[in-house]
Design a protein around this ligand. Structure first.
Ligand code: HEC
Ligand code: HEC
Length: 308
């Protein structure tokens, strides 16, 4: 372990290696498909009672792609079991969902629309509704050249829209690109984040979203049978409390925290992490520095959402 740290330190100083990369300022996507996806994402037509759109649980304009509820509320106020993850910067995640059970954005769309707790529709009902809707008939004809709208096209358009949901130019990214300095507190927070080992799980473009890791590596974290963890999929003992590491981009805005939304503040989330995954409680000044650093991860509203 010590050798690895020394090596990382050397690579860092010699090559200026950073374990976090900035979000690219632009991303390639098909604008026409994405604009259609944007309409669909905000349209409750995709739910049984015509009340629940994707944006109901993923508010893009005011809540950084989450719903700020501990667990989501869907069809007929049915409570889900898990906290809604943000859809911002989702394209950079290696797999989707807390337990990584979904492979890609297009496949994901099939989930909530058919889930009885969420939008409670069937694929046929969605197709039937959209094929009666003059605006969508016209749009799908224009964008997909389609005479008949299929669910696959709906999923494709929504996935294309989600690709565009990147939040570049955060203070931290500008710092990584050498454009600005961080404040003393923020830079010390980033150094602590690396030195204490947060970085071993929260790294890459999204400071998370790229590996499965455990909560409770050092101190045992309580486990519940209905946790949305890797255990649900593998049934292997060592996968209890193992999750896809959550994304820390825009983290000050994606509260409440943890898979069950049980943690209200960022301060509390960081202390729980320090205690269970590093084995100690952070002194107040170190906690404040880490929080100051985490707040620099707030990016710009995605370009596709601006100008309205
Ligand atoms: C009733 C609330 C609700 C609705 C409606 C809903 N979602 Fe979600 N969404 C969630 C929750 C909760 C999760 C976390 C699920 C999990 O990880 O087990 C989630 C996760 C996701 C993710 C994965 C993010 C990640 O990084 O893991 C994507 C993408 C997503 N939703 C897109 C959509 C789209 C597209 C729609 C509309 C077709 C939609 N959602 C409708 C609540 C909702
Ligand atoms: C061993 C891997 C690991 C380490 C080390 C680690 N984390 Fe985490 N972190 C996770 C996992 C896994 C979760 C998801 C926990 C859950 O939902 O039950 C998480 C959750 C979080 C959350 C809440 C995210 C959300 O959206 O709910 C924050 C904030 C966070 N970590 C910050 C930190 C900080 C700061 C440190 C260092 C003090 C740290 N983490 C160290 C793996 C790690």
């Amino acid at each position: 372990m010590r050798i690895i740290i020394v090596l990382l330190f050397l690579i860092n100083t010699v090559y200026g290696y950073e374990p976090v990369q900035p979000i690219p300022q632009k991303i390639e996507y098909d604008r026409e498909k994405a604009e259609l996806g944007k309409l669909l994402f905000h349209d409750p037509i995709l739910s049984k009672d015509n009340r629940t759109s994707c944006s109901f649980c993923h508010d893009l304009y005011n809540k950084c792609g989450t719903d700020h509820r501990p667990v989501s509320i869907g069809f007929h106020n049915r409570r889900g079991k898990v906290n809604a993850s943000t859809v911002f910067n989702v394209i950079f995640n290696f797999k989707l969902f807390w337990n990584g059970s979904v492979e890609d954005l297009k496949k994901q769309v099939y989930g909530p629309i058919q889930s009885p707790e969420e939008m409670n529709m069937t694929i046929e009902e969605v197709e039937e509704r959209l094929n009666k809707h003059p605006l969508y008939i016209r749009k799908f004809k224009e964008v997909y050249g389609a005479n008949r709208i299929t669910f696959d096209m709906v999923a494709d358009a929504i996935a294309e829209f989600e690709k565009a949901l990147i939040t570049p130019n955060s203070k931290f990214d500008k710092y990584l690109r050498g454009e600005i300095e961080l404040s003393q507190e923020e830079i010390e927070g980033y150094k602590l984040f690396k030195r204490l080992g947060c970085i071993s799980c929260h790294n890459g473009i999204n400071l998370g979203g790229n590996s499965f890791q455990k909560v409770g590596v050092i101190k045992e974290y309580p486990w519940k049978p209905d946790n949305p963890d890797r255990y649900q999929i593998t049934k292997k003992e060592f996968d209890k409390n193992v999750y896809r590491v959550p994304v820390l981009r825009n983290i000050d805005c994606t509260y409440p925290y943890f898979h069950d939304g049980s943690v209200k503040t960022l301060e509390e989330a960081v202390q729980i992490m320090a205690y269970y995954n590093l084995g100690f409680k952070l002194p107040e000044d170190e906690l404040n520095k880490i929080i100051a650093f985490l707040k620099t991860l707030r990016g710009e509203l995605p370009e596709i959402l601006r100008g309205e």
